[in-house]
Design a protein around this ligand. Structure first.
Ligand code: C2E
Ligand code: CA
Ligand code: CA
Length: 275
């Protein structure tokens, strides 16, 4: 029994060591990817649930790995946050997304010109001058501020990030739209335009009356706060129809389209979504 305990400990130490080595390797691979320009953006339509037309696109980062192919953000965002790499990576994402939406808007008729929604980490706001950087990037890309939306997650509501909201209020006054990828307490009185309802809340609305009622509550409350709602993770026409019936104006999900490259997104806007 004593030997078994010792073996367990050894295995534990080996696993821990393995995990640390893996993280370090991931970190240096990411640094390399950033230097070599190996990130790319996928775009997912944000759809008007009344017309099934895209009104905007969320930019989602991917890593083009030389041997593993396209790596999803779930595998590297956390490490990028910890290492601080999220700052230069986020700068590139913003620059690239604005460049692309600028091109789209120059090609498309006014009534179809989309906005682009970019995920930002609170970490990026700790860099001095981030707000000015965004304003300059908009000007450089020739994109009006209302064609940019910034998406934050609920970590932004933590008490230690109070200063971030002053920067957000500044950007919002400039015309940039601010979205939060979270529904719950703490949204009242924030400089926000849009609340995104998570896929986990949407998943069961067709099976559960209670869940449907909860989502109805979220839509109603968001309205009271003067916020627009985007429902995430719409995978079926039943989801879409129920949400439209609840008065949810906008949605996103595989029913409409998974994230696609910029060329494909443009063709979705010139034709129709492949529903
Ligand atoms: P998120 O912001 O909640 O993005 C939505 C995620 O749900 C995306 O995953 C999207 O591909 C996926 N999705 C969309 N519709 C459906 C659906 O109908 N069903 C299912 N099952 N999934 C759907 P993705 O692209 O893997 O991104 C994961 C997360 O990584 C994002 O979650 C976001 O938090 C983060 N992320 C992505 N790009 C960036 C970025 O440029 N900067 C930062 N800071 N975070 C990013
Ligand atoms: Ca998001
Ligand atoms: Ca989400």
């Amino acid at each position: 029994a004593k030997g078994a305990g010792k073996n367990q400990w050894r295995r534990y130490r080996a696993d821990l060591h393995g995990a640390m080595v893996e993280r370090l390797e991931l970190r240096s691979a990411l640094d390399h990817a950033a230097r070599e320009g190996l990130f790319l953006l996928a775009y997912q339509p944000i759809v008007d649930l009344g017309t099934d037309e895209p009104v905007g696109y969320e930019a989602l980062v991917r890593w083009h790995h030389p041997s593993r192919g396209v790596v999803q953000p779930a595998e590297f965002i956390e490490v990028a946050e910890e290492s601080g790499l999220i700052v230069p990576m986020g700068r590139w994402v913003l620059e690239q997304a604005l460049h692309t939406v600028g091109q789209w808007r120059r090609i498309l008729p006014r009534s179809r010109q989309p906005y682009v929604s970019v995920n930002v980490s609170v970490r990026q706001f700790r860099e001095a001058g981030f707000v000015d950087e965004i304003k300059r990037a908009l000007a450089r890309a020739g994109v009006p501020p209302h064609a940019l939306m910034l998406e934050l997650d609920e970590t932004a509501l933590a008490p230690e990030h109070e200063a971030v909201w002053e920067h957000l209020a500044d950007l919002r006054e400039h015309g940039v739209r601010i979205a939060i990828d979270y529904f719950g307490p703490g949204l009242d009185g924030r400089p926000l335009d849009v609340v995104k309802i998570d896929k986990s809340a949407i998943d069961d609305i067709a099976q559960s009356q209670d869940q449907l009622a909860r989502v109805q509550q979220m839509v109603a409350l968001s309205r009271q706060y003067g916020l627009t709602v985007i429902a995430e993770g719409i995978e079926s026409t039943t989801h879409r129809d129920l949400l439209a019936w609840l008065g949810c104006p906008l949605g996103q999900g595989y029913l409409f389209s998974s994230p696609v490259d910029g060329t494909e997104a443009l063709s979705q806007m010139t034709k129709r979504l492949p529903l």
